[in-house]
Write a protein that binds this ligand. Structure first.
Ligand SMILES: Nc1ncnc2c1ncn2[C@@H]1O[C@H](COP(=O)(O)OP(=O)(O)OP(=O)(O)O)[C@@H](O)[C@H]1O
Length: 306
């Protein structure tokens, strides 16, 4: 059994002349919760649609559960649950009735699957309430329950927290964690907010204008966004040279012409200030700060969310 649930190599999808995704290579191992992060229009949905076989890629290779080839991919896709396409929720039916339809469509013999699934998504007590009277959060959870009925091994969720209030977002996070823990599911979850997936994702892929610009684990992300000294000065390049020479720092980087970050020796801020000033460098500000995840993401993608 392959340890990889999904592997893509240089997958591209073009619409007309424009790339929706451009040479994306992603690897997701069994049991991971993989957060695919990108601004609106970055290509997240297009990537997920290709993986689920809802559209064909323009080029590149796809492997599911260690298998390639059309027939094998089709078989692999039966092991995937997804919420990319708006699922058919029948508004005049209850949660149980909606799931019963899905159970029959998916050919699941076990009738208990319905109660078990409603329990896991927290909709077990909705009784005779019809889906049309559900809140947005409840509808999202019903959509998730529909995706879970065939008992998939790999769950692909497109912006599952979209439109939810903060409580709904936290509940979704807990639910995803539970699915990974209790059902051993592998998850691919997209969001345009890194903060939203923080604490739940074990791995991240950051996508920008169709390209995967960074892939890293939660531990690596924590390391990259850890505490650092942020120095604002008109001469970042000269300041870096001085700090390297006098303090022996190596993890020191100009994030713009006027700003640099030092990720070591954060207790020596005062000494660094003295050194720079002594060499005629105007230090407008020097402080220890922690980079917010959202800020880290925007720095990478170089843009504000729209
Ligand atoms: N069917 C299509 N025809 C033409 N262009 C498309 C189609 N689907 C997506 N695109 C384009 O591909 C690019 C990526 O879109 P995609 O929906 O994959 O991004 P996204 O990251 O999921 O964003 P959002 O969160 O806004 O859905 C966009 O420029 C979009 O306009």
């Amino acid at each position: 059994m392959s340890e990889y649930v999904l592997r893509t190599r240089d997958i591209s999808k073009k619409y007309g002349g424009a790339y929706a995704i451009n040479n994306v290579s992603i690897e997701i191992k069994r049991g991971q919760i993989y957060g695919l992060i990108g601004l609106n229009g970055a290509g997240k949905t297009s990537f997920m649609r290709v993986v689920c076989g809802l559209v064909s890629p323009s080029s590149g290779e796809l492997e599911l559960f260690g298998q390639t080839g059309e027939k094998e991919l089709q078989r692999g896709r039966r092991r995937i649950g997804q919420s990319i396409e708006t699922p058919a929720i029948y508004p005049n039916l209850t949660a149980v009735q909606n799931l019963e339809i899905q159970r029959i469509i998916s050919g699941v013999p076990d009738k208990n699957a319905i109660t078990k699934t409603l329990e896991i998504v927290g909709l077990a007590d909705t009784g005779n309430k019809k889906a049309k009277n559900f809140s947005l959060g409840m509808r999202q959870r019903l959509a998730l329950a529909i995706a879970l009925i065939p008992n998939p091994e790999f769950l692909i969720l497109d912006e599952p927290a979209n439109g939810l209030d903060p409580r709904g977002i936290i509940e979704t996070r807990e639910l995803l964690r539970r699915l990974a823990r209790e059902r051993g599911l592998t998850l691919l979850v997209s969001s345009h907010l890194l903060d939203e997936l923080a604490q739940v994702a074990t791995h991240y892929g950051i996508i920008d204008k169709g390209r995967l610009i960074k892939q890293l684990s939660a531990d690596e992300l924590a390391l990259e966004s850890r505490q650092h000294i942020r120095i604002i000065t008109k001469d970042a390049a000269k300041a870096i040279a001085l700090l390297k020479e006098n303090f022996g720092v190596t993890d020191c980087q100009a994030v713009s012409a006027n700003e640099l970050w030092v990720r070591e020796q954060i207790e020596r801020t005062g000494e660094m200030n003295t050194l720079l000033v002594r060499h005629g460098i105007v230090v407008e500000s020097i402080a220890v700060t922690e980079q917010k995840l959202e800020e880290y993401f925007l720095n990478l993608t170089g843009g504000m969310n729209t």
